[in-house]
Design a protein around this ligand. Sequence first.
Ligand SMILES: C[S@@+](CC[C@H](N)C(=O)[O-])C[C@H]1O[C@@H](n2cnc3c(N)ncnc32)[C@H](O)[C@@H]1O
Length: 275
Amino acid sequence: MAAVPTPNTYASIETGVYALKRDYSASTRLTAQHYLWKDALKFDLHPSIQIDKSHARIADVATGNGIWLLDTARTFPETTQFDGFDISLDQCPPQAWLPENIHLHTWNIFDEPSEDFVEAFDVVHIRLITVAVQNNDPRPIINNLRRLLKPGGYIQWDEADSVDWSVKSVHPFIDTIHVKESFQQLCGNHDWKRNMMQTLNENGFQGSSTHRIEYDYTMARLWNDVYMSTWDEFAKVVLKTPEESQRLASDAMDQVREGAAIWCAKLVWVACKTA
Ligand SMILES: C[S@@+](CC[C@H](N)C(=O)[O-])C[C@H]1O[C@@H](n2cnc3c(N)ncnc32)[C@H](O)[C@@H]1O
């Protein structure tokens, strides 16, 4: 496969601009990808997170359309309290239709958390916030998430491995250059993912672990289409080169139909807030 240069697509994201969409297609993508995540991980909270379930309070930060909260809450007693946070609740169901133990709040992850939520949580979960990480540095986010946690509480942070990914094909003669080019635009440079255990351990956490989870070939095309939809949103919001992007999408999907697919493992980091 010919090498594709790494474009610095993230440099053009203006501060405060969300790089993906919040329309019904974007929300449908979040719902679909949640169930793909669940199929790959086989857990909502990593089994190493040991808490008293019935008295726990759990936060889901950057909750999106709240699908992780809704799905996870079903596996917990009704006495477990769940709080979802996002800079925009536009994709979430109305509060009136949520179970009584789920509450949603508007919060920008880069702002000081409200005193009501400081050291309030046993677990803070966050998933797929890569596009909001600024300057390749997750520490401002880690520091604010740490403030939400009780001493000894757990963070679980889930991301796609946008550093060590590839494009697979059913046969080596299939050209995959356009698939690679599109996904590379979405991935940018995310070296912070390589150092997360150390970063967590140096920023108020201990016992950090990384879990890298691969899916198998039977699911590769389904994952591919989720990644292509994410790229499509990113291209429309950030790249703003519609004709070029449309051509690339068409060329990439021709290669996908030939038997190519983006292959991107899942990363889950778990760590415990130091007492
Ligand atoms: C790719 S979606 C992931 C949603 C959800 N975590 C999931 O896995 O389904 C990223 C979410 O991060 C939220 N977000 C982006 N920047 C944020 C910020 N500065 N503070 C809080 N949430 C933010 C977006 O509004 C969006 O809902």
